[in-house]
Design a protein around this ligand. Sequence first.
Ligand SMILES: [Ca+2]
Ligand SMILES: [Ca+2]
Length: 274
Amino acid sequence: MKKPMILALAFLLATPALALRAPQPADFEDVGAVLSPETFWNGADGSGSYTSGDWNFANIYNATWGSWEGFAYSNVTDTTTKDYSNQYAAITGGGVRGSATYGVAYQGMAGPPVATNTTGAAPISGLYVTNTAYAYWTMKEGNAFAKKFGGADGTDPDWFLLTITGRDAQGAVTGTTEVYLADFRFSDNTKDYILDKWKWVDLAAFGSTATLEFSLSSSDNGDWGMNTPAYFALDSLNGVPLEVGADSDDSSGCFVGAAGQGSLLTTLLNRLFD
Ligand SMILES: [Ca+2]
Ligand SMILES: [Ca+2]
């Protein structure tokens, strides 16, 4: 482990342009600092977006209907209310590393929510994602609009998928990755899951990226589109992954392979200039 660390550090020191400005992750604590407990921001002020760290999160608010889409942020801790009234809650009941605030995304009529790096295209480490309580309980138990994942006998190969697409400043795709927020496709049903922890998604292989688009799809669809509530929660965008096993069910924080090299660099950058 030491040798690649030293090599990466040497590379950093030999590249002063890289070290001029520390990338600021979107941890949502900056915007969340003025939120009252158990509340959220959903764009009702008509501002059309918010910025946390280096990242701007687009929002569309409809004052006539009191509805929103794109990105909100929240410090709601209620993980047990199962319906739409609890649409701003992450199933974890809080943010990454015990933080209060996290982002909530909803894919509405305008299509996949988009986050934009306000500093332009820059290397990206990844982000944490999890389910919202509303989507989690809908998949777990079903409701009037959506099926219980797995079906009555638990064997239906249902899935709820988040597809993340990175683009450079010119709009060219820098990378695409898929994260299953729920996956019942395993023939061994004991492996079926609905994500209920923060999961690190490594995007280092995307390289220099200006925007991230988050698209949700599901195996459960009807005449009006997807039946599964089109929400997910996010935190620590372009931050540093926790040590494996801390509160992640994911092993992509390991320094393995080419993508790991990018993570290591970003990790060092963040640690050096935090
Ligand atoms: Ca946070
Ligand atoms: Ca299965």
